[in-house]
Design a protein around this ligand. Structure first.
Ligand SMILES: Cc1cc2nc3c(=O)[nH]c(=O)nc-3n(C[C@H](O)[C@H](O)[C@H](O)COP(=O)(O)OP(=O)(O)OC[C@H]3O[C@@H](n4cnc5c(N)ncnc54)[C@H](O)[C@@H]3O)c2cc1C
Length: 418
């Protein structure tokens, strides 16, 4: 069986790795000059910065652990750094344990009491598809859905929780299916954020090094069916025939290729919206309270387009030169970007409004992540179903829009994929 995988992001490379492990012949085409898609670590004077994921959720005995071990990927587990939610004009610590949450000012008393009843809420069937906020309100109460969820979701998907499907975070339904979220989380165990040594970009680089044929700089431009469910792919002046073609691509890229050969799939994939986000990386004199922390998220209505900031130099000390603290601030997303957040002065003013003692940046840089994050709005389940059902034999589509937003979701999804 020969498979041509289109897309050399982490999804395409990990899929190729699984197929190669099963003895299949695999080739990967990647449109960009190098592999990794959003998962790239780029040099920045005396350190580096991430274009996409800052870390990956790891746990012993899980898909992430199995892949990291199989490809001998060394990584660093920084532990549980302090984190905050910005609300009511100040940063409120996120409690490290559920009992501590009961004492925290993050939630109102009514919200806390209602939340404690979660284990006794009956499990609901998967259909019809529920909204994300509605799901959280049903299980944990309206207080959690309105007071805590929006910041958490903005931090992962850069979008308002109330327009999203519960399928935006597939783990939620998975946990509920085991009786309750509390039970599901307890059974699943706690994952830790880890970063490969040298940055996230080391994961695709190392995966690609283990694969027989990876072709960076080759963009697929056309798909053509052949007899016997085989496929011909054209791009960059090359032509390849394969028993199977896997589109490991963002939904809109897959839709463009599937246009004439699978119109139903193309229509459904083309209807999946994506969110763009602005990332500002900055270096400062370390602040004791912040330098050993994960970072903070802002309750979206208060953030007015400023979603929060992480501290990459805590997760990955190699990212910043000795003696400096590196921040990464998230701007805009589906919340829109006000004019004052177009330039560094505005970003810094917002940072200072939450951390008044933060000193001027000694260096900063801006990256725009265009159509970077899928936005699984209500109706996402039907769109993914229609897309997969509309694919002719010999074609498949893999993506975080199918498996879930994080690298962990993708790697878990791929273990169950055939
Ligand atoms: C800013 C940001 C922060 C994130 N933070 C985290 C985090 O901290 N933790 C976490 O777990 N996840 C995080 N994520 C999510 C995670 O990065 C993604 O889920 C994951 O990288 C998606 O990988 P992918 O391979 O599916 O897609 P992509 O990375 O988009 O890869 C698709 C690849 O296909 C290529 N391509 C496109 N068209 C063609 C074509 N016609 N022919 C050939 N190749 C083509 C593209 O060049 C690209 O390399 C973050 C994402 C972003 C954007």
């Amino acid at each position: 069986m020969s498979t041509l995988i289109l897309g050399g992001g982490v999804t395409g490379l990990a899929a190729a790795w699984h197929l190669q492990q099963r003895g299949e012949t695999v080739e990967v085409w990647e449109a960009g000059a190098s592999v990794g898609g959003w998962m790239k670590t780029l040099p920045w004077e005396g350190g580096h910065f991430e274009t996409g994921p800052q870390g990956v959720l790891w746990q012993k005995g899980t898909a992430v652990d199995r892949l990291f071990s199989a490809i001998d990927l060394p990584f660093r587990a920084p532990g549980t750094g302090a984190r905050w939610v910005g609300k009511g004009g100040r940063l409120i610590p996120v409690p490290a344990s559920p009992p501590a949450l009961l004492l925290s000012p993050l939630l109102s008393l009514g919200a806390k009491l209602r939340m404690m009843g979660e284990p006794f809420i009956p499990v609901r069937g998967a259909e019809p598809e529920e909204g994300l906020s509605a799901f959280i309100a049903r299980r944990l109460g309206k207080g959690v859905a309105t007071e805590l969820l929006p910041a958490m979701v903005a931090g992962v998907l850069a979008a308002p929780a109330d327009i999203l499907s519960v399928d935006a975070i597939p783990k939620l339904r998975h946990w509920e299916a085991s009786g309750s979220l509390v039970n599901g989380i307890r059974k699943g165990g706690v994952s830790h954020m880890v970063v490969p040594t040298g940055g996230m970009g080391q994961l695709p680089i190392r995966l690609a090094a283990r694969l027989a044929t990876v072709r960076p700089g080759l963009r697929a431009e056309g798909l053509e069916p052949l007899p016997g469910s085989r496929w011909r792919v054209r791009g960059g002046g090359e032509v390849r025939e394969a028993d199977r073609v896997v589109l490991a691509l963002p939904a809109y890229e897959a839709a463009a290729l599937l246009g004439t050969v699978a119109p139903q799939s193309a229509g459904a994939l083309g209807a999946i919206p994506y969110t763009s986000v602005d990332l500002w990386h900055s270096r400062h004199t370390p602040l004791p309270a912040l330098k050993d922390s994960f970072g903070f998220l802002i309750h979206p209505p208060e953030g007015r387009g400023y979603l929060g900031s992480l501290v990459p130099s805590w997760m990955d000390p190699q990212s910043a030169p000795e003696g400096l603290m590196q921040l990464r601030s998230f701007i805009g997303g589906a919340f829109g970007k006000p004019a004052d957040l177009e330039a560094w002065e505005g970003i810094f003013a917002r940072l200072r409004s939450w951390i008044p003692t933060l000193g001027e940046a000694v260096a900063f840089r801006h990256e725009r992540a265009e159509r970077a994050i899928p936005r699984p709005e209500l109706g996402h389940r039907a769109r993914v179903k229609a897309a997969l059902e509309g694919l002719p034999p010999g074609l498949d589509w893999l993506s975080n829009a199918r498996f879930g937003p994080g690298v962990r979701d993708i790697l878990e999804g791929l273990e169950g994929w055939r």
